[in-house]
Design a protein around this ligand. Sequence first.
Ligand code: CP3
Length: 327
Amino acid sequence: MQNKREVFLKTLYGEKSKYTPVWFMRQAGRFLKEYRELREKYDFLTMCREPELAARITLLPEKLDVDALILFSDILIPLLSFRAQLNYKDNSQPTVKIELKNLESSPDFSRISFVLEAIKLVKSEDREHALIGFAASPFTLSCYIFGGDGFSNLKAFMKNREKEYFELLENLTDMTIEYLKLKLKAGCDAVQLFDSWAGILSKDDYKKFVLPFVKRIAENVKPSIYFVKNSCHLNEFLEKLDFNCFSVDWRTSLKDIYKKTMKTVQGNMDNTVPLLEKRVIEKETVKILSETENIPHIFNLGHGVLKNTEPDSLKFIVDLVHERTLK
Ligand code: CP3
């Protein structure tokens, strides 16, 4: 018998498994009633900082019958190790307040030990699911450090102050490698690197300003999944990266990515599909399953669950994927 964790890990390593595993980005969030109830009592950062709360929220999506849990936290949390101030306002981009000179120093991970405690708590309560830890790529993280419309401030810094940009990204890369290794050591079974904004760059800029850092993370941290969106023009670079799995959105074909990388693929349902009628959801799910029939595939959305999604629609997708792919 393979449990959910084994099915997920076998697939991640490109081996044959009993069925296609499923989880959803942002599955531990506002579309769940239990999350919203907790959120009325606590602010977002408190929920991240209290290991008991973070562990409880991480476990909520169990009821969807998913195969993997993703640790409840946020990509900006590791910036607290550089003494950043984070501000999460309702319905807008979070903002970061930090002195750039703080980012030249070494991170003080004792400031975010709550993340590792939450991982240990989840693991002590749950051995059935795979547990995924995560971080942002240094580029995507920098998008939030610099802010601005369309992340224009970072783009300007990158080009006007090339040398300082490279120094900053080297330091963020060191931090990210260390942070992800700590998460794996604390009990995560795999990690996902979110590069949500790399797709805003041209091919040449991605190659010069993002690829070297992501490459170093892939070489140093395993097992790992690389998530990019809006990235059709970047496909040729993915084969240069040694991740175990590539997670793409609905604009990119899973089959094409597999042919290029020969690695497990993850995704890529349009995140508005779960808002549709069951009949249509079924058609769209089956379409993805037929495209990935003979390739190692972890079913997911192409981007996070939208907050007006019915949990029951995600459970419907999970059941369908399990039933249709069971060997
Ligand atoms: O996936 C999960 O369920 C686990 C937890 C998780 C969160 N954020 C919780 C969260 C993960 C993996 C993230 C990653 C994240 N955070 C990314 C990468 C993925 C992506 O969406 O592209 C990014 C870019 C962020 C930054 C961020 N955090 C934004 C833009 C926002 C506000 C907008 C939004 O979508 O809610 C957040 C806040 C945030 N992170 C919430 C949650 C549950 C909502 C906070 C609230 O309750 O008000």
